[in-house]
Design a protein around this ligand. Structure first.
Ligand code: 0X9
Ligand code: ZN
Length: 425
C-alpha cells in the first residue's frame, strides 16, 4: 500500500473518519461500505477536496496516482454524484470481511504432529496460529524449536520458529523473517507459515530444500504485532499499528515500522501525530515490540550474522530494497541486490503470472524513517534486507482483505521464489 505520513495527514484531516476506536468487544461494521480505487489524474488534492464531506476510510494514503478508499453506505449517493474516474475494489467490504472470517477448524492431527495442509485453505484465529507453530515445531524436534524475541504491549510473546539443518542449531548465518508487523496484513502470517511448513516437511525428501536448510538457520516470527492482529479479529479489521497508549492522547498505537532506532529522527518519512497511521513514537525504539525485536536482531548479528532479512507486508506486489530514509541512497551491494530481486520477481511470476515490481524502497514506493529494513542493513549488517509487499496489486481487486482462495497461490509463488533466492544468494 502506498502511504506517506504527510499525504496521510492531509488526507485524514478533511475526512470524517468512519468510526473512532471502539471499546473492547465493540466491533466496527464495514457493512455496505464500497471500496474504490479513484484515479487522481495527478491532482490528488482536488480529489480529496471533493471527498471531504464524506464518511470514508482511506486504504492507501499516498494518492499520487490513485486513491483507494472505503466509502460508507450513507455517503455512496454523494460519492456517485461526483462521477469520479473510479473502479470498485470491494462491492461490500463488510460482506468480504465476513466471508474472510469463516475460519476453518484448526485441523491439527494431534499435539506435536504435522498440521494438515487444509490449514492454508482459510484464515484463522490467533490462538490457532500459536497451536499451528507449536505442533509444527513439535513434529520436527531435531530441526526446529519455538523461541521468543520479546513481549508485546499487552504481554503476548513475539514468538518465532527456529529451523536448522545438519550443522546443528545456531551454526549458520541467519535467514530472518518478520510477518504481521502491520496488524491488518493477514496474508503475511499465512505465507511465512507456508514457507516454514515446506522447509520442515520437505527437508528429508527434497535435496534442494535440504541444501538450503543445511546452509542457514531460519528465524521466522509470524506476528511482530500480535496485539494489533488480535484487535483486527475482535474490533477493527483495518487496524494497522500496535496497541500502545500514550499519555495525553486518546489515539492508540505506534507504527512498529517507523519506530526502529535508525534514522528515526529524520523528518518526512513518519508522523509525530499520535493519531496518524504512521506515528513514530516519542523516542527511537520506545515500543515493547521494537525493544524485543532490536535485542533479538542484535543477538543474531552477534552470533553468525544475518544473510537475509525479509519484512513481509501487504499489499501492492513489491520487492523493496534499501533504503527507505533517502531516495538517492543505495546499499553498497546494490547491483547484486538488484540482480537477485530481478531473479526473484521472475521466479515468482513463473507460478501464476503474478508480477512483482522491485527497486529501492524510497524511490519505488515512498520515504520511510525508522523502518526495519534500514536498521537491518546499516546497523545489523544484513547482507540483504528487503520488504516484500504481497498480493494483491489493488488494481481491480481487493486490498488487505485478500480472499482465502488466494492464500495457497500466494504462498506457493513466494515459496518458489524463496527456494530460488535461498539457493542463489
Ligand atoms: O509503509 C510501510 O511500512 C510499508 N508499506 S505498508 O503498506 N505495508 O504499510 C512499506 C515499507 C517500506 N519501507 C522500507 N522498506 N524501508
Ligand atoms: Zn505493512
Amino acid at each position: 500500500m502506498k502511504l506517506t505520513s504527510v499525504v496521510a495527514q492531509l488526507l485524514l484531516a478533511p475526512l470524517a473518519l468512519a468510526a473512532a476506536a471502539p471499546g473492547v468487544g465493540k466491533k466496527i461494521s464495514y457493512d455496505g461500505y464500497k471500496v474504490f480505487r479513484i484515479s487522481t489524474h495527478h491532482d490528488a488534492a482536488e480529489v480529496k477536496d471533493q471527498l471531504k464531506s464524506l464518511t470514508a476510510v482511506p486504504f492507501n494514503l499516498n494518492a499520487d496516482e490513485h486513491l483507494d478508499i472505503a466509502i460508507a453506505p450513507e455517503s455512496l449517493a454523494a460519492f456517485n454524484a461526483l462521477e469520479l474516474d473510479a473502479e470498485v475494489l470491494h462491492q461490500d467490504l463488510g460482506a468480504d470481511i465476513k466471508e474472510e472470517a469463516k475460519f476453518g477448524a484448526y485441523g491439527g492431527v494431534s499435539a506435536n504432529a504435522v498440521p494438515s495442509l487444509t490449514w492454508f485453505n482459510t484464515y484463522h484465529a490467533y490462538a490457532d496460529h500459536v497451536t499451528f507453530f507449536n505442533d509444527l515445531a513439535g513434529a520436527f524436534p531435531q530441526n526446529s524449536e519455538i523461541f521468543n524475541a520479546g513481549t508485546s504491549v499487552q504481554g503476548r510473546n513475539l514468538f518465532g520458529i527456529h529451523i536448522w539443518g545438519s550443522g546443528g542449531k545456531g551454526s549458520k548465518p541467519a535467514v530472518y523473517f518478520h510477518g504481521t508487523v502491520h496488524a491488518r496484513e493477514w496474508i503475511t502470517a499465512k505465507v511465512v507459515e507456508y514457507i516454514s511448513y515446506q522447509l520442515l516437511t520437505k527437508y528429508s525428501t527434497d535435496t534442494a530444500v535440504k541444501a538450503i536448510v543445511d546452509k542457514y538457520d531460519f528465524y521466522i516470527i509470524p506476528f511482530a504485532n500480535p496485539d494489533g492482529f488480535v484487535y483486527t479479529q475482535t474490533n477493527d479489521r483495518l487496524w494497522r499499528k500496535n496497541r500502545m497508549t500514550r499519555s495525553g492522547s486518546s489515539c492508540v498505537g505506534t507504527d512498529i515500522n517507523r519506530n526502529w532506532p535508525y534514522k528515526w529522527e529524520l523528518t518526512g518519512g513518519a508522523s509525530t501525530d499520535k493519531c496518524s497511521e504512521t506515528y513514530k513514537g516519542l523516542a527511537a525504539g520506545d515500543t515493547p515490540e521494537n525493544k524485543g525485536l532490536v535485542a533479538f536482531t542484535k543477538s543474531l548479528q552477534a552470533s553468525k550474522g544475518i544473510k537475509l532479512y525479509i519484512d513481509w507486508h501487504s499489499f501492492g506486489q513489491y520487492i523493496l530494497l534499501p533504503y527507505g530514509f533517502d531516495c538517492s541512497a543505495r546499499a553498497s551491494n546494490h547491483a547484486r541486490q538488484t540482480t537477485l530481486a530481478t531473479g526473484l520477481a521472475n521466479k515468482i511470476r513463473e507460478s501464476y503470472g503474478t508480477r512483482f515490481t522491485y527497486g529501492p524502497s524510497c524511490s519505488t514506493l515512498y520515504k520511510t524513517t525508522g523502518s526495519s529494513t534500514d536498521y537491518l542493513t546499516d546497523v545489523a549488517k544484513a547482507e540483504l534486507a528487503w520488504t516484500i509487499e504481497l498480493r494483491p496489486t489493488g488494481s481491480s481487486s481487493s486490498g488487505f482483505i485478500l480472499p482465502a482462495a488466494q492464500i495457497l497461490p500466494s504462498s506457493i509463488e513466494q515459496w518458489e521464489g524463496m527456494k530460488y533466492l535461498l539457493a542463489t544468494m
